[in-house]
Design a binder for this molecule. Structure first.
Ligand code: PLP
Length: 232
């Protein structure tokens, strides 16, 4: 079933868009099943779960132990507290969810202390929800003007989540906004050559995201089925 789901998604996904399989709340066995049919990039949203899976399964980047899935690239997509960095940064090839200056500074400092440059996306608040994490658009501009203050990170682009709604018009509008912001930033900061990734689109809205410049889609439920929040 996981194999069929991935196959079906890949048939519709342009080859230059990265499929990230969101394995949070699913057991390692599910990750191994997806790995067996060729999926290589997985994302987790809880530090401890990422660390446990990386220690058990392995991964390509950069200090994962040997395991049955040596070619996995782990992304982190959840809220990250600065006291949990060491559960995430040794294993993750991309932190998609930098949502505050405080976290950005801490990740950069960790990179500097550990001789690394950490690839990051800035999470932008685009949805309607008040509580949603992320930077506002002007904050992203200000922060990138100061990008040399963060030598331990490489700014690779933006991540965003559309409003939690069934209304396609609202989702189109949310994604159009972040796509517009991305274009504006690429233009404004040509020296940031790696700032090219736009991570938008989840199980319910990835086809809409493709119409608005997505280069990364993050898909959980449509690959692995419903998450069971009770058992882990
Ligand atoms: C859980 C999660 C996803 C995947 O959601 P699905 O609807 O299951 O595809 C994508 N992005 C983020 C940031 C998430 O937390």
């Amino acid at each position: 079933m996981i194999a069929d789901n991935i196959e079906r998604i890949k048939q519709e996904l342009p080859s230059d868009v990265m499929l990230v399989a969101v394995s949070k709340f699913h057991p390692s066995a599910a990750v191994r099943e997806a790995y067996a049919c060729g999926q290589r990039v997985f994302a987790e949203s809880r530090p401890q779960e990422l660390q446990q899976k990386a220690l058990e399964l392995g991964g390509r980047f950069p200090s994962s132990p040997e395991g049955p899935c040596p070619e996995i690239e782990w992304h982190f997509i959840g809220h990250l507290q600065t006291n949990k960095l060491k559960m995430v940064l040794p294993y993750a090839s991309l932190v998609q969810s930098i949502d505050s200056l405080h976290l950005l500074k801490a990740v950069s400092d960790w990179g500097v202390s550990n001789g690394r440059v950490i690839d990051v996306l800035l999470e932008v608040h685009i949805g309607a929800e008040e509580t949603k994490q992320g930077f506002h658009e002007e904050e992203v501009v200000d922060l990138l003007f100061d990008s040399e203050k963060y030598p331990g990170v490489r700014f690779c682009g933006l991540m965003g989540m559309a409003s939690h709604t069934d209304d396609p018009g609202t989702i189109h509008a949310d994604f159009a906004r972040i796509d517009g912001l991305m274009a504006y930033l690429v233009d404004l900061f040509p020296e940031l050559a790696s700032f090219r990734q736009l991570s938008i689109g989840m199980s319910g809205d990835w086809k809409i995201a493709l119409q608005h410049g997505a280069t990364i889609v993050r898909i959980g439920t449509a690959i692995f089925g419903q998450r069971d929040y009770g058992t882990r």
